[in-house]
Design a protein. Sequence first.
Length: 359
Amino acid sequence: DELEYPDKAKVPRAVAVVVLFAAGGAAVSVLELCSANYFMWSFLSIHLLFTAVSPLRDYGGEYGILALCAALALHAGHASAESILWMLAWDGDDSQGPWSLAVIFACALYLQGYIKEVVTLPPDYISTLSFFFPVFPAYDAALALNCLELFMEWKYFPDYKFWRPLMCLGVLLMVVGQVLVYRATRWADRNFWASSREVEEDELVGLEIPNRRVVQDGPYKWERHPAYLGALLWGVGAELMLCNPIMLVIVSFVLWASLLHVTMEEEKELLDEFPGRYANYCALTGTWLPGFTGLLENSAFQQEMTDNAPEEEEKGQVDEEEEEEELLEEEDGLLPTWEGVPKGGALWNRQFQEPWRLG
């Protein structure tokens, strides 16, 4: 069934829209057709609408999806031009500073996520959620609070807000994180997908991926979860690039905890699907995510104990039943029987008259 396979023809259409509107966004910035502040608020509004409003959060119309591609590309193009003007000190009073860099990386991540799902999932699974998945519940709040902290500190402490080496480190971490996410999804191809959608039973599309396997090459050769490591580097790098000390602490912890939860759930599914192969892979390949190794090992150990507990309990019940049967057989052996009693005699006939007397 063609509905079970990706529709890769959507990719060229999306790329054409992105290139066209990115060029338009850059032109708007260079020609100063409108204030950069409008683009800041429109970016936040678009993100909020498509992640919080139910009808738009999972909208699957092709023209609507292309419109979202155009909006993100327009903001990415405008932010690219603004960031160049800011670094050259040619920006005006409405300069967005490093926020423009954050918008570029965010739009690139969203568009990359959409293309990844287009070439991975069946058409019925492609929607506006493909751009922003996975988005944790705290992500929207973090985005708004980052914007608030950036411009508040920039307004009241302009001389102490930005430190160029720290910003360069943040950009480097974001680039490495983005590359890791891209390489992980590209290398794993369709194997990257794993139970990432909650779909109604009557709308469920068969997703039996042929030759599904445990990916052990490429970035997976030295890291079990390269995409999650990339996401952590991306999030921490964003805070360093924006020079937001408060949000750096909050985002680092929340993102770390969220990724830990997702990783534990994913490894449980993989251990169930590939019990031997994935266990061997975990034994040979560790993770660079801080603190994850010990916690994942404890989680796998608890899962193994839970899975084996019913078998041991059932085995114990079988042993108890066998012991009871053996005990009854021994007791039966102690009771008198009618063996050796001549048939037809008075004693033989007594068993039919008074069976409780003997045997």
